[in-house]
Structures are given as structure tokens and as C-alpha cells.
Design a protein around this ligand. Sequence first.
Ligand code: GLV
Length: 328
Amino acid sequence: MIDNQKILITRKYPAAGINLLRQERFCLTFWEKDRPMTPEELTARAKDHQSLLCTLTDRIDKRFLDQCPHLDIISQFAVGYDNIDIPEATRKGIPVGYTPDAMSEATADIAFGLMIAAARKFFFLHKTIINGQWGYFNPTAHLGFELKGKTLGIFGLGRIGVKMAQRCKAAYDMPVIYHNRTRNPAAEKQLNATWVSFDRLLEQSDILSVHCALTPETRHIFNARAFEKMKPSAVFINTARGPIHKEPDLIDALNKKQIWGAGLDVTDPEPMAKDNPLLSMENVCVLPHAGSGTMEARDRMSVLAAENIIEFYKTGRVPHIVNPEVLA
Ligand code: GLV
């Protein structure tokens, strides 16, 4: 039952979802500053609220949960939830909602865009104009490569990986190989995709695009050993989470020309320092974690995040839940 429960809303989220909450009998508290709360600020405020509408920059770790075990529900505005200690929330009986699929199209667009941007050196070429280095048409300088028929390797062929593969097949007729822990037969059929071992994925991909969750198993899985196995002509794309690749190893692999280029929407840490060497590499394009940054995707995310809270109080169900065992 909805009865003036206090919801702490940790950022400025789109009105589409916030208006749904406003239409119900909740008490909403907004954090108005243009930065995330520090862990201390978050804990202090969450202590007298019953639920939390939060996102990937809010640290919901054991320390936080030990101080706020009373929370009825945590509703995450994101598909990834590596900022939340899920086992600890589950131990404390707190359901965690999230917003799957709301941003799959938007994130696949960013992966696809970064692939072309890196292959054709968009960001570097743009900088030459800003720096007054346009010069004359030069038939042999700063050449990229064509994507037609290149092999796309997907690490994590789920909702977003499938959409990236669809784009690459439609635009460039790219054969698709993938590596998942468990195979995805529906996607194999739809995309004519082939499951390969992780090592084969590294060895055979011309474009290797990461679409998995950040977990203890995937943290730093793209490290020196992995980059050494990749083709010197390959482009590495990560639109999932920064710590899935080991940044110093990626920089080293690019410097040693073990791989050709990279397109990153996620870095470790975020924000990336403005003097990071990746930003001055000719074959590297970096975006500031903008994968879900369309009006449509962010509206859908806010609606799902709001519905997770509303449904929980009305029916005891959370439509999109990370830890369903809590409600079982
Ligand atoms: C964005 O990174 C998300 O997880 O939704």
C-alpha cells in the first residue's frame, strides 16, 4: 500500500518517471546538486527514507547497507548494477530493481558509432581542424579502413550485443562470432552467429565489442594477455563498464601496436582525466559514458525505475528485479 513512504531520489531523473511517482501518495526527496552524493551524504539522507531511486554513481556497498538495512526497495536507474552489493542487499531482504532493455538501442548505436569513428579516426581528424592542422588534401595521410565483411566478435551476446550485431550485419555484412558463458541459441539462429572460446574470439575478431556485465569474472578480463592474442588490425570497443578492460594494458597494447585502435564509452576511473594518453591517440575515440544518452532511452529508464517502486508498494512485485529470491 502506498502511504506517504519517503523516497530518496539521488539525481535529476527524467520527468516521465518522476511524474508517475508524483501521482502516487509518496513523499519525494530530491538531491538537487549537480553531482552525486558522497557516500556519507547518501547514508545520512537514506537513513530516514523507506526507498531509494539511485544510479550507477551511487555507492550502495556493504557499509551503506549495514547502516540502512531498513530500506524497503532500491530502484536502480540503469541496466548495470555493479555499484550495488547485491548479495548483501539480498541477505538483508532488500529487493533491487533495475531498468533492462530500456537503453539497448541507444547503447548499440554508441557501440556502432564508436566502431566507425575509430576505424575512420573521427575524433583525431576533428582535432586536426580545431588545432589549425587541416592543411592540404593528403592522399596517404591518416588512413582508416573499411568495415565491409570484417568479423565482428561480441563478448556478451545479450540484449545490447544482439542489437550491435544486427547493425553490423545490416550495414557491412559482417560475420558474427561471440563468446558467452552460456550459449544464446536464439541469437545464433537470428544472426547466424557462431559461439567460440574466449581465445578464438580474441584471435579472430576484427572488431571486438564488449557487452557483458561487470562481475568478479569479467573484471580486467581484457588485459595484457588478452590484447596480445588479438589481431594487430583489430579494434576494441567497450560500451559496458570500464573495469572490464585493464586500462594500462590497453594503453600498452595500443602503443606497441598489438591492436589497431579502440572505441570506449566507459573508462576506469570515470570521469577520465583530461591528460589520459588514450585521448591523444590517433586511432582511439572516447566518449563520457553516454551509451543510454537519448531522450527516449532515459525516459524509458525513468519510467521502469518508477514502476519498480510503485508496483512494489501496490502489489509486492517488482517488475524488473535483480534478486527475485528476496520476494519469493
Ligand atoms: C548504463 O551504463 C547502464 O548501466 O544503464
